[in-house]
Design a protein around this ligand. Structure first.
Ligand SMILES: [Zn+2]
Length: 309
């Protein structure tokens, strides 16, 4: 691979929140997303992921090519991110976990919103295998969220969901039900020319499932999205997405055998012609100023050779 081989930077986002939120410090707010797109639009050729993958394969990728992707299916992708994308005239691809559409809530949000709303200075976390945790300050609440998410993430899917539910029941607080997109919002995204990709039904760690269930998770999420949009869905994102830890070779083969055109992981790096199109790496520039954000984008284009299984 010579120094002039073309690179594809695929950015990954989850939420675009209306205002900065100390309990969601890893998410961008609308204002940040706006200037990030301004920087991207000025310095990069931003392509739909499907087109970028095809051009990577054909050797016709433009210099400084980039894609914008979103995982999970948060409603704020439509209410906050979509208007900003349209204002900048940039495309994006949205990978949706279909079980949560129309009022569902992912287990991690049950945890986050429970800790946000729990009354008093302590939280009973015995359902998660932890003790009583101090939540007197916003900073403590943020740290408690990190501990709880880490304790639950790799439990079997049903147990993870159940324990998160028990945590919120013990705290006796009302949780939001409008965090994820509605069916109509999925259609709206598609009608706006945005690309829709599959991200399983229940967002399991695929590596923790038996092969039949893993295959069903991938297949059924695509079938649902195709029925809703009336268009074919050819792109897939592995839940959590760490090669070897969250998915294995057999899942890559499943995605390929099911006829998808490409898939993205969360291995950090940029894609090149030699990259596996079914394990394209992504990254999130976390810098909070436009200059540093651009610098990191430019530097990351030298970080190739991403992990794969
Ligand atoms: Zn996800």
């Amino acid at each position: 691979m010579g120094p002039f081989s073309r690179c594809l930077s695929i950015l990954i986002y989850h939420r675009v929140i209306a205002e900065p939120d100390p309990l969601l410090s890893g998410e961008v707010c609308a204002k940040e997303f706006d200037w990030q797109l301004r920087v991207l639009g000025r310095w990069f050729r931003v392509l739909p992921l499907g087109e970028a993958v095809a051009r990577l394969r054909d050797g016709t990728l433009p210099v400084r090519a980039a894609c914008v992707t979103f995982d999970d299916g948060y409603a704020d992708n439509v209410t906050a991110a979509l208007p900003i994308l349209r204002r900048h005239g940039l495309p994006a691809t949205f990978f949706l976990a279909t079980a949560f559409i129309d009022g569902g809530r992912m287990w991690n949000d049950t945890v986050i919103e429970t800790v946000r709303r729990a009354p008093g200075n302590t939280l009973d976390a015995r359902s998660v295998g932890l003790d009583t945790l101090g939540i007197a300050t916003p900073d403590l609440r943020r740290r408690v969220i990190d501990r709880l998410l880490a304790a639950l993430k790799y439990l079997p899917m049903e147990e993870r969901q159940r324990r998160a539910g028990e945590l919120s029941a013990a705290a006796a607080c009302e949780l939001p039900s409008g965090l994820m997109m509605t069916t109509e919002q999925v259609r709206q995204l598609h009608r706006s020319g945005m690309q829709i990709g599959a991200h399983t039904v229940n967002h399991p760690i695929l590596a923790k499932l038996d092969p039949e269930r893993a295959g069903n998770e991938i297949r059924e999420s695509r079938a649902w999205l195709e029925a809703i949009t009336g268009a074919s869905v050819n792109l897939f994102a592995y839940p959590n997405g760490k090669p070897g830890l969250d998915y294995r070779r057999e899942h890559v083969d499943m995605v390929k055998d099911l006829g998808f055109e490409a898939a993205v992981s969360t291995a950090r790096g940029v894609a090149q012609a030699a990259s596996d199109p079914f394990q394209l790496p992504r990254f999130t520039p976390w810098d909070r100023t436009p200059g540093k954000f651009l610098l990191r984008l430019m530097q990351t284009t030298f970080h190739t050779g991403a992990e794969r299984v």
